[in-house]
Write a protein that binds this ligand. Structure first.
Ligand code: UD1
Ligand code: CA
Length: 470
């Protein structure tokens, strides 16, 4: 459907007082996406040109929007936050389409379907204003209530609502489609609310009703239009979104061991046959292939994981690529554009930073591998550390195919271990190691035969003299 006669105004200037963070709630991320983008992306998909009203924390809000929208949106600043009606008024000079769609910026679960239905209802009923409403009788919600008296309609804000909620079970969703001519004729007549001193867009409904203008309502599911004013409401909305994401993945063939403990962001994908265990978080743009096992309490952010990979418990993977059949963890930390090739095994307490690890290579215990290129079939012994940082610069380590690094090695970068070379356990490697050779870089062991007896008598003597002093 093409909405040629509609333009949108999204209200995003509010102070978010009830968040108590002093930042704008609209850039707070819900399943990995900033709250305001849920609405602007829907409007972009519908090809509706959008004006965003910004004010409080406007740089932060604009930065997010500019990053994700190259066109289709423009900004108007509401210098002083004097209410939703005042926010709309600020955009008056931009109105040029026949219909003005006004939406609160804090309702991220809204769908394109709701906007389409609102438009259709407006057209079908030939209304002056069509607004979305939803059934909600929870007295803790700070919504405006729809109050109908004969053929008169009004919205009474929560602070002023004294009647029985059960008698007025519908709330105002914060989405209004209004004929521009009418809006232009009444917007300047809005008066300040006596309690808050703000201008309310909701007063337009009573004004239209008093003038006998046709007003239509579209009833939509409450969960889709939840407004977010507090962190409790934020949590409730994110809970819904998260459940939908997990539900979708289950339908696609992903097995969840304990889904109520998982967090999955909006743009994450997981292939069929993969199992996600308790407490796993899959964040950002993480993509998981088929038949993987992502075990308990692992955290993956912006990672690409191919098929048949096992990520054992408590592993942290950040911005890295794990190829198929690799085995990672438990307690591994992979980060900064690391590339782990097929059939690699990284074990417990292994940290890999900005490195490439070739096919079938292994580092199974207690290692730090940083700024390193490791070839194929390399073995990294327990406790190996690449010393990549001299306090000023970072240096690279190269370990070529089939090399064998003994346990507890310290590789002082820049350094290269050539193909098939061995390094002895406990070595401090400061020089390059040629191919097919053995490097031993530790002091030679001396065994002093019979020396233990001598030592013991020396210790005994020392003890005796201490006793005498006492
Ligand atoms: C508003 C409605 C209420 C409705 C509810 C739905 C009013 C007076 N009340 O209440 O009837 O049930 O939404 O969620 O409209 N904003 C500005 N400039 C301002 C004030 C607010 O741009 O000066 C923006 C906010 O950033 C927010 C939106 O307008 O995105 C709504 O404001 P908010 O304070 O959240 O209104 P509610 O109290 O939730
Ligand atoms: Ca709100």
């Amino acid at each position: 459907m093409i909405f040629q006669d509609v333009q949108a105004i999204v209200l995003a200037a509010g102070k978010a007082t009830r968040f108590k963070t002093n930042t704008s709630k609209l850039v707070e991320k819900l399943c990995g996406q900033e709250m305001i983008l849920f609405i602007t992306k829907a409007l972009e998909d519908l090809q509706i040109h959008t004006i965003i009203i910004v004010g409080h924390q406007k740089e932060a809000v604009m930065e997010v929007l500019k990053k994700h929208h190259s066109s289709n949106i423009d900004f108007v600043t509401q210098e002083k936050q004097e209410g939703t009606g005042h926010a709309v008024l600020c955009s008056k000079s931009t109105w040029h389409k026949d219909l003005i769609l006004i939406m609160n910026g804090d309702m991220p679960l809204v769908t394109e379907t709701i906007i389409e239905q609102l438009y259709n209802k407006h057209k079908e009923t030939n209304a002056t204003i069509t607004l979305a409403i939803a059934h909600d009788t929870d007295p803790s919600g700070a919504y405006g209530r729809i109050v109908q008296n004969g053929n008169k309609l009004a919205i009474i804000e929560a602070k002023e609502f004294t009647a029985d909620i059960e008698d007025h079970p519908f709330i105002n969703a914060g989405i209004y489609l209004i004929n521009r001519q009418f809006l232009e004729s009444v917007i300047d007549l809005l008066a300040r609310n006596k309690i808050s001193n703000e201008f309310y867009i909701t007063d337009l409904i009573k004004m239209a009703s008093d003038k006998g203008e046709p007003i239509s309502t579209l009833t939509v599911p409450f969960d889709r239009i939840r407004g977010i004013n507090t962190f409790r409401e934020f949590w409730a909305a994110e809970q819904i979104l998260r459940s939908e994401i997990i539900n979708h993945l289950m339908i696609e063939g992903v097995r969840f061991q304990l889904p109520q403990t998982n967090h999955i962001d909006l743009y994450v994908s997981v292939g069929a046959g993969t199992q996600i265990d308790a407490g796993v978080q899959l964040l950002g743009t993480t993509q998981i292939g088929n038949y993987c096992k992502i075990q308990s309490f692992s955290y993956l952010y912006n990672c690409q994981v191919e098929s048949n990979v096992i990520i054992r418990p408590h592993s942290v993977l950040d911005t890295s690529h794990i190829k198929s059949n690799a085995s990672i963890g438990p307690f591994a930390h992979i980060r900064n554009n690391t590339l782990i090739d097929e059939y690699v095994t990284l074990g417990n307490f292994v940290e890999v930073k900005q490195s490439t690890i070739g096919k079938r290579s292994k580092a199974k215990h207690l290692s730090y591998i940083g700024d390193t290129t490791i070839g194929e079939d390399v073995n990294i012994g327990a406790g190996t550390v690449t010393c990549n940082y001299d306090g000023i610069n970072k240096h690279n380590t190269t370990i070529k195919d089939n090399a064998f690094i003994g346990s507890n090695n310290t590789l002082i970068a820049p350094v290269t271990i050539e193909k098939g070379a061995y390094t002895a356990a406990g070595s401090v490697i400061t020089e390059n190691v040629p191919a097919e050779s053995l490097a031993i870089a530790r002091t030679k062991q001396i065994n002093k035969e019979g020396y233990a007896k001598k030592l013991r008598s020396r210790i005994q003597k020392a003890k005796n003299s201490e006793n005498k002093i006492e």
